[in-house]
Ligand binder design. Structure first.
Ligand code: CA
Length: 447
């Protein structure tokens, strides 16, 4: 079931794309994440690319030039599609075959058969789009630390509800408002009611927040009525990206009972454009979260020895904030927090298996997010609601500005990477979004 560690992960592998050999690049030849792009400022149709250093390998051109002629016809067709859905639908064997061919093409000792730089485009010359047509989006709540911290703010006597340790909690999100990194975000309007207000009013959110999350794309789907056993779950997962689940806390607090989040979340969700495959992540697997003594074991349908021993992913996460003032004076973004994905209470396999356990069909390109990634310690909390204790303990930025929640002009940048001795470091790129007043989202921001 698990993906192999093979020649594509060899730490000494170098690419003829020089920028891919730089020490801190997110996209060395060992990574090879997939994304969808088009030339900046054009209305060209979108194409699939693979990130390599500061460039993108154009898969459609690879097919045209016959570089994939030994691959199955269906796989070649998937490489010429306008999004990743067909490739995702082909399942893990196709992804592995394509990865091995890409690694072979890009390695430093294989320059000659390639048609120069014609296959490559500078990242700075393209606009990244959503990697897939996302039919459905589900957001879990898989960090027990986030659930406990948030629970304390709303229910000090009873922070963690009794179902939490048994059932992976989630809600159905809104797929239509998912946007790629770099798109500006409108401050949403909605019903807000402060404790001192007798009745709600309608207006711009006063408590706008981000949430640091990890998402995964469904690869091969399942038929309606056919659950996915836990030991087959990862066969249905294509790869991971970073997710910012923008959240209007004042709207959320007023609307969430009794059915959960709605308009407080559905105005926008940002994702990083590069999908890092489970194949690329093979060297960075780790045990599932070690439950403290006294916690119940997961029910049998959510348990497998392999998931317990290697169902985690040692992915390190960071959140950076840059205010408009910081940009004006040329100040670098400020590190708000660091997150650790192995601290999640549920693995990605458990989330996927639970999702399909009632027979619900998942489809290629569906996005499933983890929920806010928070740890137990200060500095590891994945949203301002936790960091500022619902605004009661504002933080100070290097400019002297103070934040309880996000102010117009603030940019939030999520980053993620995996490193482990003996393997090349791989990164996720960034997930960037800037908050502005209504109408702001017509803008595209560039870092
Ligand atoms: Ca969330």
């Amino acid at each position: 079931m698990s993906r192999p560690i093979d020649r594509t992960h060899e730490p000494n592998l170098r690419s003829w794309v020089e920028s891919a050999n730089l020490k801190d690049t997110d996209f060395p030849i060992q990574n090879l994440p997939f994304g969808v792009f088009r030339a900046l400022g054009s209305n060209d149709s979108s194409r699939i690319g693979v990130a390599i250093g500061d460039r993108i390998l154009d898969l459609s051109k690879c097919v045209t030039l016959g570089l994939f002629s030994e691959l199955p016809q269906a796989l070649q067709a998937a490489c010429r599609a306008s999004n990743l859905n067909p490739l995702m639908a082909m399942g893990t064997e196709a992804t592995l075959t394509l990865r091995q061919r890409l690694s072979q093409l890009l390695r430093s000792d294989n320059r000659s058969p390639l048609a120069g730089e014609e296959l490559l485009i500078l990242m700075s010359d393209v606009e990244m789009l959503l990697p897939a047509t996302i039919g459905d989006y589900t957001d879990f709540y898989a960090s027990i630390f986030h659930a406990t911290n948030v629970g304390k703010l709303f229910r000090p006597d009873n922070p963690l509800l009794p179902n939490y340790k048994y059932v992976p909690i989630a809600y159905h999100g809104r797929a239509s408002s998912i946007v790629p990194s770099g798109r500006a975000i409108d401050r949403p309007q909605g019903q807000r009611k402060r404790p001192e207000d007798a009745a709600p009013s309608f207006g711009p959110s006063r408590m706008l927040d981000y949430e640091l999350e990890v998402g995964f794309f469904v690869g091969a789907g399942n038929e309606l009525g056919q659950p996915i056993p836990i030991d087959r779950a990862e066969e249905h997962i294509f790869g991971l990206c970073l997710v910012n689940d923008w959240s209007a806390r004042d709207l959320q607090a007023w609307e969430y009972q009794p059915l959960g989040p709605f308009l407080a979340k559905s105005f926008a969700t940002s994702i990083s454009p590069w999908v890092v495959t489970l194949e690329a992540l093979a060297p960075f697997r780790c045990p599932a979260f070690q439950r403290p003594e006294g916690d119940p074991l997961p029910l049998p349908y959510l348990t497998s020895p392999e998931d317990a021993s290697s169902g985690g992913i040692d992915l390190k996460l960071e959140v950076w904030l840059q205010s408009a003032r910081m940009r004006e004076v040329g100040m670098e973004p400020f590190l708000l927090s660091r997150g650790s994905f192995p601290q999640m209470y549920w693995t990605i396999a458990q989330m996927l298996t639970h999702h399909a356990s009632n027979g619900c069909n998942l489809r290629s390109g569906d996005l499933i997010a983890s929920g806010t990634v928070s740890g137990p310690a200060a500095g590891s909390q994945g949203c301002l609601l936790e960091i500022t204790q619902r605004g009661s303990q504002p933080i100070e930025l290097p400019t002297g500005e103070v934040r309880s929640f996000l102010v117009d002009g603030d940019q939030i940048v999520l980053k993620g990477f995996c490193d482990r001795p003996g393997y090349a470091r791989i990164g996720f790129g960034e997930c960037r979004g800037a908050i502005g007043p209504i109408g702001n989202s017509q803008l595209t921001i560039r870092n």
